[in-house]
Design a protein. Structure first.
Length: 346
């Protein structure tokens, strides 16, 4: 099965062609066009994102097909991100995908953006199969899941306020870094002294069943703000502040993820989302797991928003016989399909 996939949930216009043979999915092409204009504003401007998608989605799809050496008539299906994300941006991808499906008479499937992140590592490692513990960390989400099977996702905990990626961007702004700030903070942290700034580890010692896997990064962000305000030379202290902040976030993420893996007796930990591109996070997780547990994380290009992961998830659902019709709509907020709420997952 060969599938064209589209991703337009935020500020990347992306198209990919993937081929699925049973449980094995192969990436045949991937095109990602990032909208750098948002750097000027220090964050994504939804209207500008939607207009940019309208301008670029056609050429991006054409490039993905050309790179795969095929034409649209060679496709067996179309997958597209239907949510969550910026509604106007999502509508561009969904409308384009529905048009292709109707024109060529091929099946259409709408994909949840977070399910795409879960499938991303399978594009490079076919051995990534449930059961496993999953940590999804991005600019919009921080979520810990137990995954006994594809399509069955037990919610263990999620953020109560800022997502981890959002906290990175806000702290980056405090430190005078460009948006997005995750990679810049990681580079700075390599030069920082981990002993100078010790920031709080929010909810790290939470003992109650309702808080053990919850996350909160708003207070940590405020602690960094106060440290910046007290500094008489932020430029001098920037690397140390970045190191202290990054260490705090990573310790919380790693500790809670390992606790979940042990509690559910999982020997595989999957990291997904833009923050999973952090080499420091992946290294710390691998150092912390026991020798019998493996950590799977896709390469950075497949962890950021991209159509390849949407194709991996969508082709799995198409192979199961799932289809969407011309009434497929985009949703800025939509539950992960197969999600079992935290209370029921206990």
């Amino acid at each position: 099965m060969r599938v064209l996939a589209l991703e337009t949930s935020c500020d990347e216009t992306s198209a990919a062609v993937v081929r699925r043979d049973g449980a094995v999915v192969t990436l045949e092409s991937l095109t990602i066009l990032s909208q750098d204009i948002h750097r000027i504003f220090g964050g994504v401007v939804p209207e500008l994102a939607s207009r940019a998608h309208l301008t670029t989605v056609g050429p991006v799809v054409d490039a993905a097909l050309a790179d795969a050496g095929i034409e649209s008539r060679d496709l067996d299906g179309v997958a597209v991100t239907r949510g969550p994300g910026l509604l106007g941006a999502l509508l561009v991808g969904v409308t384009w995908a529905k048009t292709v499906a109707w024109r060529d008479g091929i099946p259409l499937i709408g994909v949840h953006h977070l399910e795409g992140h879960l499938f991303a590592p399978t594009l490079e490692d076919p051995a990534v199969v449930p059961p496993f513990t999953a940590l999804l960390v991005s600019g919009g989400h921080t979520m810990l899941l137990d995954v006994p099977a594809w399509g069955e996702y037990h919610l263990l905990g999620q953020t109560r306020d800022d997502a981890a990626g959002e906290a990175f961007d806000k702290v980056g702004s405090l430190l005078g870094l460009d948006y997005p700030a995750g990679a810049a903070i990681e580079r700075l942290a390599l030069e920082g002294d981990p002993r100078r700034f010790t920031f709080p580890r929010p909810l790290l010692r939470a003992a109650s069943a309702g808080e053990a896997y919850e996350f909160s990064f708003s207070g940590l962000k405020t602690a960094v703000l106060r440290a910046v305000q007290k500094s008489d030379d932020v430029t001098r202290d920037r690397a140390d502040l970045a190191r202290g902040f990054q260490d705090a976030v990573i310790e919380v993420l790693v500790t809670k993820t390992l606790h979940a893996a042990r509690q559910h007796d999982r020997r595989l930990v999957v990291l997904g989302g833009g923050v999973a591109s952090s080499a420091a996070l992946a290294a710390r997780m691998r150092d912390a797991v026991d020798p019998r547990t493996r950590v799977a994380v896709a390469s950075p290009r497949l962890n950021t928003d991209n159509a390849a992961m949407i194709g991996a998830a969508g082709s799995w659902r198409l192979l199961r016989g799932e289809r969407h019709g011309p009434d497929l709509d985009a949703r800025d907020s939509i539950p992960l399909p197969g999600l079992v709420p935290a209370g029921a997952a206990a």
